[in-house]
Write a protein that binds this ligand. Sequence first.
Ligand code: F6P
Length: 327
Amino acid sequence: MGNTIQNIAVLTSGGDSPGMNAAIRAAVRTGIYNGLNVFGIYRGYQGMLDDDIVKMESRSVANIIQRGGTILKTARCKDFRTSEGRQRGYDNLKKRNIDGLVIIGGDGSFKGAEIFSKEFDIPCIGIPGTIDKDMAGTDFTIGFDTAVNTAVEAIDKIRDTADAHDRLFVVEVMGRDAGYIALHSGIATGAENILIPETKTNMDELVESLTEKEKRQKLVNLVVVAEGDDFGGGAEVGQILKQKLPNADIRVCILGHIQRGGSPTCLDRLIASRMGYHAVECLVEGRFNVMVGIVNNKMSYLPLSQAVKVKDKFNKDWLKIVKILAS
Ligand code: F6P
């Protein structure tokens, strides 16, 4: 592999996240700025296998920086896990002399990119796009800030009705393996309890704290649960609480996929623009097969082989803060 990239392609893969469009825009325009031909691949690796690839111009990415979703669409592609599938993808890239790839997605997408880059002479650069934030090598992932602000706005509204009826609300936020959305949105909305997959949930302790609050007629009780908590999501936790606290008026609200959509926040647009720009600069400068991240507000470059989900990045003090502030 040399420093001679001329034709690059961009794709989005895995779960979408707000800000992916801003990253596509940045990658396309930085490529064009550097005199490269830039292609867009639809529906992630699936489009690579299906030859769903188009040439992108500067105008192709006009008016998208503010839009959620991804103009390139996204998918999870089983066939890319097979060597026959990857060969098909490579053949389609080679038809257009594509010699560099920018992959916007999560750890599964990077795993695929790492294998692909080893099998074929196509350098790959990853950009972390996931609302879950649980990636190694970066303080931010594209979409987390928007998702967490969507959750905060929704939980604030739930608080109004919880207060009006003196109800206890269990709110489920996204996070199959990660509690960042729960932790950030829970603290920001004054939730009394936050249940996350990274820590073992002590149901007796939760019931005890809610019983104590019931006794002193605390006005609002919010329990924010990440969908991947060890007791299950909001429905399961709500069910248990209804049994253990028969006098409480309990409702469950599952926020779901609204957290994945919507116009990206300023922060998400900014990090997406920076990451998209630097991803293409990596290809131009010959810094291959890395994930572009931001650590302490500086760009960081992690080998794709290490760009995996991490569970224990959050600050344990935060859980203590939740308890103290919700008293
Ligand atoms: O994007 C990550 C995530 O939001 C997880 O927290 C969640 O479990 C998952 O996506 C759901 O994705 P899908 O509905 O696309 O399977």
